[in-house]
Structures are given as structure tokens and as C-alpha cells.
Design a protein around this ligand. Sequence first.
Ligand SMILES: Cc1cc2nc3c(=O)[nH]c(=O)nc-3n(C[C@H](O)[C@H](O)[C@H](O)COP(=O)(O)OP(=O)(O)OC[C@H]3O[C@@H](n4cnc5c(N)ncnc54)[C@H](O)[C@@H]3O)c2cc1C
Length: 450
Amino acid sequence: MNNTKKIAIIGGGLTGLTTAYYLKKSGFDIHVFERNNRVGGVIKTNQKKGFTFESGPNTGVLSQPEAVELIEDLKDDCHLEIADDAAKARWIWKAGKWESLPSGLVGGITTPLFTFSDKLRLLGEPFRKKGSNPNESLADLVLRRMGKSFLDYAVDPFILGIYSGDPKKLITKYALPKLYNLEQNYGSFIKGSIKKARIPKTEREKKATREIFSVSGGLENLIKALEKNIGSENITLNCKDLSVQKETEKTYKIGNENFDYVVSTTGAYSLDKIFSFADPEKLKHIGKLVYAKVIQVSLGFNNWKGIPLKAFGGLVPSKENRDVLGILFLSSFLKNKAPENGVLLSVFLGGVRHPEIVGLSDREIEFIVKREVSEMMGLTEFNPDMMEIFRYQHAIPQYGIESEEKLNSIELLEKEHPGIILAGNIRDGIGMADRIKQGKTIAEQIQSKN
Ligand SMILES: Cc1cc2nc3c(=O)[nH]c(=O)nc-3n(C[C@H](O)[C@H](O)[C@H](O)COP(=O)(O)OP(=O)(O)OC[C@H]3O[C@@H](n4cnc5c(N)ncnc54)[C@H](O)[C@@H]3O)c2cc1C
């Protein structure tokens, strides 16, 4: 199966590699242009002193069938790892200790996380009027339907865990479209969840679950599998200052090569340099996208002397005014992350409320981590056998109030310049499963037109 159309993919992260993999599988002539000296983007698995740890994402949720299908398609080269049941428990920090996030009715009634009046108020959620503002913030939506303690001790920490963000600044329709649609389509979260659970699912829909996943040996093995199948001859690394020229009405040039399609998967902040022929006003709207700055600190302990860690991790609501966003207990639910009896943790700092933390020195960060982890994890001595700090200036895009204008600008630019596709996590979701879905969908759309 050969297709004469030539396609450039800018950015060799998960989105770009997934797009390239499926296009190549459909017989297209593809080429990936990557700025760094390696592919994978923010996904990178590291090994040190017997610990295997990620510097970018640690796990994903199998929330889209495309994520399951990609790993199935790559089964000769990498294997899905589903987290142990321990990952089903989530902890929330409140008033100096961890509380379990309730998952059932009894836990929901007895939990000290939410106030009695909000618990009572929740009974009225199915009868509340649905919202009419498509640009309503997540905080306003939750206050309207559920109450302040649910915002402070469930939604805020959940948003810290996903977006390192602020529910007041995220627009539900774009940041959590499934939640937005639940209210819009069914009038209520509770009614909607019950009714949706009753709708029979197709075999394909059943592939999407809430399971937490990684890949055996680390997420970089997914990247290596994609790279192998794309072929290193189809990837150019170290592309500094890449720029696309418009050659004819429908063809584009990168270096000396002509392309019928150019799929960009880079951050919003790179687009004006890459597409200098495009309308700067529209690019400016896309460039307004805000990114959370995040620090991830990987900690390895050979002999753990802290509290038992039978959970996915703990999240720290903003209201608690601590210097960490959350801690993942990776060795509690993934295999071979630490030596026997050892523990691997990932600590997150920064986020949209504390961007200044990313500018601190390693010593200052170590000081904060020592103080916070010792207290929260019940350690009398803080002596990790492995500690690595990773900084991200553009970790997670925040789908805020600029979203509508940003998406309109993307649509208009793609219309003005047929063959240009502006993708990546500037739109369609930030999770790994969303990235895979977008990559596969773009490949299918190009295939259907050719
Ligand atoms: C610290 C951290 C933790 C995260 N945790 C999770 C998690 O737990 N679960 C989850 O599902 N998701 C998580 N995410 C999000 C998820 O990792 C990303 O959304 C996803 O990996 C992004 O993939 P991508 O290919 O779209 O972008 P990227 O990985 O950013 O790849 C973009 C690529 O484009 C390249 N590039 C940029 N500019 C240019 C240019 N001018 N020319 C050529 N190439 C260029 C970059 O070098 C990079 O390789 C996390 C992200 C971070 C940073």
C-alpha cells in the first residue's frame, strides 16, 4: 500500500510519533522533524541505583480506545502494564493528615473531607438547573452544582493532579469536556453518570476504561517501539530553528523537501517561528495559551521507614497552603520500579499557582522536598538513596478563557493553508491517551482524503 503524498510531522513526542506511525502504516511517505537529540518529547524513562523512574509522565489512564489499540498494534515491541489495585486508593491532605478520597456511598457519607451541609446539598444535584454559559470556569460549575468543600477537597486536588492548574482558570467545556457534556446532555452529573452507565457499549468503547497504565520497563519503551516502526531514516533529530515555507497554494517546503501536509505537534509558543507565512494575529491568539510550570522530583529509598503506601498517591489541596502539589507512590502499583523492599516516589511542585518554584536552585528544592516529604510521609530521617530533579517551563497547557479564540484561529489557519494541521496538546486534551487518539485521528483523516 503506497501513497504518493508526502507528510512532514514536526515534533517527535507521543503525538507526532503516533501520527507518523499510523500514516506510515497506511503507506504514506512521512518524515518526522524533532528539535531535540532524541524523540519522546516529555516522555523519558531513567535508571539509577536500581530505580527505574520517569522524568515526564509516570502513568496514563486508558480513557480512549486508541491508547489500547496502539499498544496492541505494537505488541511485538512493547507491553501494556496495568497498575495494581493499590492504585485505586487516592489520598487527600487535610488539616495535617491524609484522608482517603471516598469511592462509595458509605465513604462519601462518613468522610471528613466534605462538610455535612455540602453532603446534604449533593442530594439536590440532580434537580439543579443546568448551566448556560459555555465559558463557565470549572470552579463556578462545581460551586453551582456541588458546593465549596467539594471544590476545595475533591476538584481542586484532582485538577492539581492532572493540570497542575487552578479550577478558577480552567474552562470546563475545554478542560474537562466529558464533565461538561454530562451536565449539558443529562442536566446533572449524578443523573448523567447513572444513565450513561446503562447505555450498552460497543466492543471498541469497552476498551476505554479508568485503568491506570504504563508500559513494561517504562514509558520510553512505547517511544522506542514507535521509533523502531517509523524507522530512524524517517526521523531527523536536532532540527534547531525549523521553519516551513509555503511553496504553492497546497504544498510546503522544509529545507529542500516538498510536502503535501505538515502536521505540527509542538507547543503554542513555537508556532510563529515555524509558520512565519501565517497570519500573526491568529498565531497570537494561539500563543495566549498558558502553560503550568512544574518540577518533578524522583525519590528512591532502599529501606522505607515511613507510613505504609498502599495507594496511587496523595494530593495536596491548594487550600492547605503547602509547597507540594502531590506525591505519587509509584512502587506501590507498578512493577520493578525500586529494588526489593525499596520505594519510589515522585513529588510534584509548582503549578499555575506557584510558577516561581521552577526558578529555585536544586538546594532550595531539596530543602522544600525534605521538609514536606518528611512530615507528610512520616519520616524521622530524610535520607533518600536516589534523588533527581526535573524542571518544566511548559509542562501542561491550561485550557482557559482563550480556548474558544484559540480553536477558531487554528480552524481558520488550517482553512487558509490547506495541508497544514496544527495539533499536539494545544488542543484535544493533555493526557497521553488523548495524545494517542489525536495522532491516530489525524492519520485517519489524511488517509480518508487521499
Ligand atoms: C511533568 C509532566 C507530567 C505529566 N504527567 C502526565 C500523566 O501522569 N499522565 C498523562 O496522561 N499525561 C501526563 N503529562 C502530559 C503528557 O505527558 C503530554 O501531554 C504528552 O506526552 C505530550 O506529548 P506531545 O507529543 O503532544 O508533546 P511533547 O512531548 O511536548 O512533544 C513535542 C515535541 O516537539 C518538539 N519540538 C518543539 N518545538 C519544536 C520545533 N520548533 N521543531 C521541531 N521539534 C520541536 C519537542 O522537542 C518535543 O519532542 C505530563 C507532562 C509533564 C510535562
